[in-house]
Design a protein around this ligand. Structure first.
Ligand code: ATR
Length: 278
């Protein structure tokens, strides 16, 4: 039986077992995928014994993504640019790492809209770990310009310096005025998430052809997406990214490229609602 898992600290809230469990069942694979709580102090030992403990790989979440990147082999150029790993697989007894977050974002965007990155301009809100993944994927997909708007300007500047001339740092307060030049607006910040303040932004200047994406998926429809819909823009919520980022790992571990289906999405939506009732 092929065994995979997701590691993090804490790990209780991970929805990855629902996603991979759905696919294991759908494709009748004799495999398992469980949550595994790993403390930071246990990470190195966990990785060193992954193979001998019978795992074919794992997903990695907070707070381990950067530490795993530093401890295993990474050959994928986008993952190297991101500097963090969310998927580990074993080949010839060696551990390899991938970051599929940006891939998940882009793959979801393309599955919902007719997005083509060539000659397009994107505005990214936020400059944390989630922004890094999305910026790397968009840059790699050929976007012309990626403007990063962050509350702490210095962090946006740091990203712009690291990613090169197609990525530019901008003042958060200049965002509303900048939207007229934007084909894709992405919120990667925690604004709009349950328990956080909403992202208050006038979309008045945003062209009607522009897409608006939020990586927040709880709530599924954030204030930003609600406004964007009203404004006539195509909207992309954060749940699709979560589902699509899981595809490459499942394929590496279990040998089948799985499909993101409406039924799978409904399972996670039901789980999000269940948590609110409890
Ligand atoms: P993640 O890894 O999920 O991206 P993170 O690294 O903590 O998480 O980044 C969170 C992002 O949300 C940051 O860009 C943060 O802005 P700062 O760099 O200024 O901290 C942004 N963010 C969080 N709360 C915010 C708020 N109230 N207003 C504006 N931006 C906020």
């Amino acid at each position: 039986m092929q065994k995979a898992c997701v590691i993090g600290w804490p790990i209780e809230h991970s929805r990855s077992p629902i996603i991979h469990g759905y696919w294991l069942n759908k494709y009748s694979i004799d495999g398992s995928y469980k949550k595994h709580a790993v403390k930071p102090s246990e990470l190195t030992t966990f990785l060193q014994t992954l193979d001998e403990n019978g795992f074919c790989g794992c997903n990695v979440t907070i707070p381990h993504k950067e530490n795993v990147f530093n401890q295993i082999i990474v050959t994928d150029p986008v993952t190297i640019e991101i500097g963090a790993v969310n998927t580990v697989f074993i080949e010839n007894g060696k551990l390899y790492g991938l970051n599929t977050d940006g891939y998940g974002f882009l793959s979801n965007l393309k599955s919902i809209t007719n997005w083509n990155s060539a000659e397009k301009a994107c505005a990214v809100i936020g400059a944390g770990g989630a922004a890094r993944g999305i910026i790397a994927a968009l840059k790699n997909d050929g976007l012309k310009t990626i403007s990063v708007f962050n509350r702490t300007f210095a962090k946006a500047e740091k990203l712009a310096t690291e990613f090169g001339p197609s990525v530019q740092a901008k003042r958060f307060d200049d965002l509303a005025g900048f939207l007229s030049e934007t084909d894709l607006l992405v919120n990667t910040s925690s604004l709009g998430m349950i328990g956080q303040p909403p992202l208050e932004l006038s979309l008045h200047n945003l062209p009607s052809h522009a897409c608006v994406a939020d990586i927040v998926y709880d709530p599924l429809e954030t204030e930003l997406l609600r406004h964007a819909k009203k404004n006539g823009n195509k909207v992309v919520d954060g749940l699709g990214m979560l589902l699509h980022q899981a595809v490459p790992g499942f394929e590496k571990w279990f040998g089948i490229r799985p499909e993101v289906t409406p039924e799978l999405r409904d399972l996670i939506v039901a789980d999000l609602q269940k948590e609110k009732v409890l």
